[in-house]
Structures are given as structure tokens and as C-alpha cells.
Design a protein around this ligand. Structure first.
Ligand code: IMP
Length: 181
């Protein structure tokens, strides 16, 4: 399946594959909530397209909030340090919370966010990630809902960036080290 985009990037998951999987995740999340309300917490900026699509696939009473953490920096490597740049607008005490993330990689970001959200004593806390790279894990953490589990590849598109670029690609593509920037 050697599909490439107009920019010569190799497509890992097409927009159709993403839409089908996100729809399935939405059904599963709604089923698990049993008609209860949900606060969807998107992790800026990468999770914005995923949250927008997932929210419309979850057919329940849901509200949004957003957090932002220190990002991956300008290249392929994480600094390892996670810092909160934007906190929740409202407390989630007593509420059902779903953290919505683009990629679960080392687990540092989600472990940190889980800790600060659990400190507010939500009724429940679950994690949805579009992509999971289990082989990269440093912190022991699993998502409750995973779109696609992938090997150690660097991906871009559908919210995910390389030095802030490519977030608006509709498909999830592979960023190869030899790609011209
Ligand atoms: P973690 O803290 O290592 O789990 O990293 C999570 C964050 O790293 C994600 O939210 C992304 O912003 C970023 N990240 C990890 N892998 C990739 C990738 O392949 N492409 C783009 N961003 C990535």
C-alpha cells in the first residue's frame, strides 16, 4: 500500500481509515458511559482534529476542555520534561473525564496529566489516544481506547506535527529522516 500525498509523503492511515476507527471508538466510549455525561479534555495542539471528530462520534452529552503541555520541541526528540502551559478551565471534580490525546509515546505526558487530573477527584478518568507506540514507553501507562497501535515510527498529519508543520494533513503520514523540510 504505497499511497503518497501531494507532498510525496507516505500515507500510514488514510482519512477513510481514520474516520472508520474514530467512529468505532465513539460508539465504544458512549457504551461504556452508560448515558452519563462526559468532559472531553483535549491535549493541545495535536489532539484537536481527533477531539473534533471523536466528539461527534460519541453520541452523549459531552463538554470540552483543553490542556496544553510543553511540546516535543523542534524535532524528533522529546526533552523528557513535561510542563503545564494551559490548565483546565474548570474543575472536573465528580465528573467523568476522558483525556483525548494524539499519540501515547513514552507516556510521560499522559502520566503527568493523569496525576494532575486525578488530584481533582473526578468520578472517572479514562484515556483515548489515536495512536499508541507501546515499544517507546518509559512510564507505565495504558490508554483505555486506542485507535491504532504502531511501531516506533515518527508520524505527522491529522494534528501531529514535525516542528509545528503538517498538522493539517488529512491523512496520517510517515516522516522519514531523509524527507526534505
Ligand atoms: P509522550 O509524553 O512521550 O508520550 O509524548 C506524547 C507527545 O509526543 C504526543 O502528544 C506528541 O505531541 C508527541 N509525539 C510523540 N510521537 C510523535 C510522532 O510520531 N509524531 C508527532 N508527535 C509525536
Amino acid at each position: 500500500m504505497a499511497t503518497t500525498t501531494y507532498q510525496g509523503l507516505q500515507v500510514l492511515y488514510t482519512r477513510e481509515q481514520i474516520a472508520a476507527r474514530v467512529a468505532e471508538m465513539g460508539v465504544q466510549i458512549a457504551r461504556d458511559l452508560n448515558g452519563e455525561r462526559l468532559v472531553m479534555v483535549g491535549v493541545l495542539k495535536g489532539a484537536a482534529p481527533f477531539l473534533a471528530d471523536l466528539a461527534r462520534a460519541v453520541q452523549i452529552d459531552a463538554t470540552f476542555d483543553f490542556v496544553a503541555v510543553s511540546s516535543y520541541g523542534k524535532g524528533h526528540r522529546s526533552s523528557g520534561a513535561v510542563k503545564l502551559i494551559k490548565d483546565l478551565d474548570e474543575t472536573v471534580e465528580g465528573k467523568n473525564v476522558l483525556i483525548v490525546e494524539d499519540i501515547l509515546d513514552t507516556g510521560l505526558t499522559l502520566s503527568y496529566l493523569r496525576k494532575i487530573i486525578l488530584a481533582q477527584r473526578p468520578k472517572s478518568l479514562r484515556i483515548a489516544t489515536l495512536l499508541d507506540k507501546p515499544s517507546r514507553r518509559i512510564e507505565k501507562i495504558d490508554a483505555d481506547y486506542v485507535g491504532f497501535s504502531i511501531p516506533n515510527l515518527f508520524v505527522i498529519g491529522y494534528g501531529m506535527d514535525y516542528a509545528e508543520r503538517y498538522r493539517n494533513l488529512p491523512d496520517i503520514c510517515l516522516m522519514t529522516p531523509d524527507h526534505p523540510e
